[in-house]
Design a protein. Structure first.
Length: 244
């Protein structure tokens, strides 16, 4: 059997803020074609981990590779292989959606024909086509979030990183986002997801790990999910109780 392709690899990641230890030598692997859930309580270090993965903040020790590119040694190549969506939309609000997404595509050297095809697909899918020439500053919060999602996907990265993407979304938008996560996975790509919505995590993730007081739990997978007596919520509570 051929070895699974590793899209995200974290080895012995260590991060502190001053004297406060946040991540204590954590290690994990995300494989091609899977949705990997990374969950835990508020303030436990999930967003810090994502900021380290995406090179937003430096880390104190360890190694992070995206599509086999070291985020410190080959930052540009690593960044070409992931897209990031978090709970706060980020874009140049004095551009229209069309201008902004064209700009993002140019950064990632997406060919014009490929961009046009992807742009039209996503703008129609997220019901933004009729507003494509409006300035983003005049968009609603939900519309801005849609633009951020498209910007993360326009170059078809190997890894889509989502940090609490369901926060503040209405039911229709949340359903659409879940659909796109599944579509993205089915195209052979990988997703690294944090969310407080345990029901969604259990529904769409192939594997899940808990971050709990600087350490990772064991990895839970389909063998656990198929057990009728297993519940991620119960496991989350059990791990919290053990750490008290």
């Amino acid at each position: 059997m051929a070895e699974k392709e590793i899209v995200l690899e974290i080895n012995n990641l260590h991060k502190s803020y001053g004297n406060t230890l946040i991540l204590d030598n954590i290690s994990l692997k995300v494989y091609k074609g899977e949705v990997f859930g990374f969950i835990g309580s508020n303030g436990i270090g999930k967003s810090t981990t994502i900021k380290c993965i995406s090179s937003i903040i430096p880390f104190d020790g360890g190694e992070i590779k995206i599509a086999n590119h070291d985020i410190k040694k080959e930052e540009r190549k690593a960044k070409f292989n992931f897209g990031l969506t978090n709970d706060e939309s980020s874009s140049y609000t004095l551009m229209s959606a069309k201008e902004y997404l064209s700009f993002i595509a140019s950064i990632f050297k997406v060919k014009k024909g490929v961009f046009t095809e992807r742009y039209n697909y996503y703008m129609n899918e997220f019901d933004l086509k009729k507003d494509e020439n409006k300035l983003i500053k005049d968009y609603s919060r939900g519309m801005k979030q849609k633009v951020s999602i498209i910007a993360a996907l326009i170059h078809e990265p190997k890894l889509w990183i989502l940090d609490e993407p369901l926060v503040g979304l209405d039911i229709n938008m949340a359903d659409l986002l879940i659909k796109e996560i599944i579509n993205f996975k089915n195209r052979g790509n990988s997703v690294f997801l944090t969310s407080h919505n345990i029901d969604v995590v259990e529904k769409i993730c192939d594997r899940v790990v808990f971050l709990n007081h600087t350490k990772l739990s064991r990895v839970y997978d389909s063998n656990d999910f198929s057990n009728p007596s297993f519940s991620l919520i119960d496991e989350f509570r059990r791990l919290n109780d053990l750490s008290k």
